[in-house]
Design a protein around this ligand. Structure first.
Ligand code: FEO
Length: 401
């Protein structure tokens, strides 16, 4: 059964959600599922904005057929050729052989990589600022390279004030009936997953996101329709403000996140003491993660959020304990900048992971290692408490408290 929804009088939501998916992109746990959004503009010309992931094919075809009725599809705008949006392109073209595909030159090349149909006879190649008039609507195409792939563009409809934003402003999480942020407690229930989506999917490309934000600032945006997650109409300013922070690697929270791994509890005991002492000094909203228990995508999102980060881990096979090494590689890969770190190492006979952690983090712009003097041999000892107090004071001073 089709499940099409009205965004405006003549813009229809065709997307669908997958709640059985374990790992989005085979990488990210999606505890609340995942939505793949697609839109149809039912104007004098009919325009489809992107398709969906192949897991949702059946629902999508039912939706598209219901939304079109007896009409033919005139245009498909391919904003992003990643298969979570472009997987069904060839099938749609087969069903509508006269359709024109509006996309960037880079997208044409990618379509050839993914498919074997004759894209050249369908392609209408657009570049920055080009427009497509469909009757009542005029679509303006805005290039957004590396948000999140090089071929990406977004689309602004001046008639409705909708920015179709591709991956930008998207989120992990299925759509549960409510389509719009104004219908849910978005800040409380959805912002965290929007942050985790941003940081993990496009966090590396802050500069490119900044370029897109500058272009978006010129537009009168009444609603954002991304390719994942809810349509945003009530929290546009807040989300843009968050994107400004995330893309400039500016923390949201002046406080401390402690991420640790602990094989037999010695490291955990030390960081628990550190956290308690920080709290006693008045530090609020401290967060702690055992990185062997919490997937690194969640910890990465919090690392983007916090100003001060403590990493504490064990030396393992003369290196960094595996789950911590995985997190640190993720943080480096996602280009987190301008953070203040404390590093604590443990090693029952030869603690070496502190230096290795430093080596990784110093690859990042603006890294400041506040302290790396605590070296635990199995368990923290009484004579090391003064060292813990020193670290607490260093952090508190750095927080300006
Ligand atoms: Fe949702 Fe980059 O694809």
């Amino acid at each position: 059964m089709h499940n099409i929804r009205k965004i405006t009088d003549d813009i229809i939501y065709l997307g669908c959600s997958d709640r059985r998916l374990c790992l989005f992109e085979s990488a990210y746990p999606v505890k609340d599922g995942m939505s793949y959004n697609s839109y149809l503009i039912n104007d004098e010309k009919t325009v489809l904005l992107d398709t969906v992931d192949k897991t949702c094919a059946e629902q999508f075809y039912e939706n598209l057929n219901a939304a079109l009725g007896e009409r033919n599809l005139d245009y498909i705008v391919v904003q992003h050729m990643e298969p979570d949006h472009g997987a069904l392109l060839e099938e749609v073209v087969k069903a509508h052989p006269g359709v024109k595909i509006v996309c960037t030159q880079k997208t044409v090349a990618m379509i050839k990589q993914f498919f074997n149909f004759d894209i050249d006879s369908h392609a209408v190649v657009v570049k920055e600022g080009d427009t497509l008039n469909t009757g009542r609507h005029e679509l303006k195409f805005i290039m957004a390279p590396m948000v999140h792939w090089p071929e990406v563009m977004v689309t602004y409809d001046s008639a409705s004030g909708i920015l179709f934003s591709a991956d930008a402003f998207g989120s992990f999480g299925a759509i549960n009936g409510n389509l719009f942020d104004s219908e849910v407690n978005w800040k409380h229930d959805y912002l965290d997953e929007a942050r985790r989506y941003y940081t993990n999917i496009v966090g590396k490309y802050g500069l490119q996101v900044q370029m897109l934000l500058k272009k978006a600032a010129e537009l009168d945006i009444k609603m954002i329709c991304p390719l994942h997650g809810l349509m945003i109409r009530e929290n546009i300013d807040l989300l843009v403000e968050k994107y400004n922070r995330w893309s400039t690697y500016t923390p949201e929270e002046d406080s401390v996140m402690i991420a640790y791994s602990s094989v037999y509890g010695g490291t955990e005991s030390a960081v628990s003491l550190l956290a308690a002492k920080l709290a006693d000094k008045g530090v609020k909203n401290i967060k702690m993660f055992d990185v062997s228990m919490t997937h690194h995508s969640f910890v990465l999102a919090e690392a983007f959020r916090y100003s001060h980060i403590v990493f504490a881990t064990t030396t393992y096979n003369a290196g960094i304990f595996e789950s911590m090494e995985c997190l640190l590689h993720s943080i480096v890969a996602h280009n987190l900048q301008n953070r203040k770190y404390v590093l604590i190492q443990n090693g029952s006979w030869a603690p070496t992971c502190g230096g290795l952690m430093r080596e990784l983090l110093e690859k990042l712009k603006g890294t400041e290692i506040l302290d790396d003097t605590i070296a635990i041999k199995s368990t923290l000892k009484e004579e090391q408490l003064a060292g813990v107090d020193n670290v607490v004071n260093t952090i508190v001073n750095s927080l300006g408290m």
